[in-house]
Design a protein around this ligand. Sequence first.
Ligand code: ADP
Ligand code: G6P
Length: 457
Amino acid sequence: MRSEPRVIVVANRLPVTRGRGEDRAWDVSPGGLVTALMPTVRERRGAWVGWPGSAERGIRPFSHEGVSIRPVTLGDAEIRDYYHGFSNRTLWPLYHDAIRTPEFQRHWWRAYLEVNRRFARAAANTARGRDIVWVQDFHLQLVPGMLRELRPDLRIGFFLHIPFPPEELFAWLPWREEILRGLCGADVVGFQTAGDAQNFSRLARRFLDLDGTDTELHVGRRKVRVGAFPISIDFSEFDQIAARPETLARAKEIRKRLGGRKVILCVDRLDYTKGIDLRLATVEQMLDRGELDPARTVLVQVAVPSRETVQEYADLRTTVEQAVGRINGEYSQVGRVAVHYFRRNLSREELVAHYRAADVMMVTPLRDGMNLVAKEFCASRPDLGGVLVLSEFAGASRQLRRALLVNPRDIDGTATTLREALAMRRGDGRQRMAILRMMVRRHDVHVWAHEFLEALA
Ligand code: ADP
Ligand code: G6P
């Protein structure tokens, strides 16, 4: 019997980062994508092609926990133009409903082309015949097409972790045909939701003049499958950490330190797509109107720093920190802070303890491909406690139907729902949480990887 083909993952970031210790050893990076793909790559004796995350040069390929690591190095100018520029200032805002105005710069595009070519070459040199190459996310949309030219013998998959925009926005992109052609180099192009998949197939038919349907495009003699493969988390990992006695003890301690008040928790990357500023505005309005009592309720915002050299991110940080300062100036007392704000990364254990300590989890992005925090919260509540308030504009809202759904731009509506969440009867909350957990358990990240690879096989 022939063995299963190897899986080569190609992603902007490697699954390992340099540790801070003196030996600067490589540690596995935290995060959904890595947890999702590492076991598959290891089982399939595969490799991971990616950027180490700094301008460090000359890092040789190495092996980490059974996975072959193939670093693609970038210089300072490439990091500026390809990563901060085209990826984070053109594509990221454009694909997220243009929440910030995307910038179009030809030299950023040229760097994107060049770096995509380097990733495609690295993938072509790593893959042997029959291997499956699985390209990830918006940084590398040209790689499938470039790789197919270099290696027509390979099976190539592409998965986009962020939304794919509708025509009214995508058409802004001066290089829209090139991007669509790049993606059409894959055999399977996967998206988070059916809506994203439909946006893509319609745009490919319109701008590339292709025949096909919403789920299959005809590209020359090849057929490209297009579909939704909603990403998920390792349910059992969160579930198990949440059930440990030390997690429970820590959750109790957190609640005690917050003065035994009702806890509203928010956990996000510090990104303008996450709706942190509007959420704070909602809470501020509720405090101003006396709809929220700071003696009985506390907001905890944990925000992990992100892409700080990009101006929009620095501006957002200022806005958020000013709002927290203003609210606390008005509503805090000695020993009783109204809004706790932590700008830092939490360990997995500490994160789960926070999830377990929450009465209400607010996940209210203005636009989000999926949002794994919402799923992690459900997986971390084996006690069936906690109420999830979730934005309609997160891909996760398509699956987590028993959350309390909100439109985060509707401040009054969100405030009403938050009050409802805080006042929810225990039985109602438990019933909702049981259904949410069943959904995340059944569609965990292992199922996601398996379904995508099956479609590609
Ligand atoms: P995005 O991919 O846009 O950052 P997601 O919600 O899909 O948003 O994924 C974010 C990931 O980062 C989750 O796995 C979450 O646990 C993690 N994360 C977010 N904020 C923190 C934090 N402050 N500390 C630790 N992990 C965090
Ligand atoms: C989102 C993207 C990922 C990206 C992550 C962190 O989840 O979909 O591709 O890795 O944000 O952003 P960063 O720019 O730090 O890699």
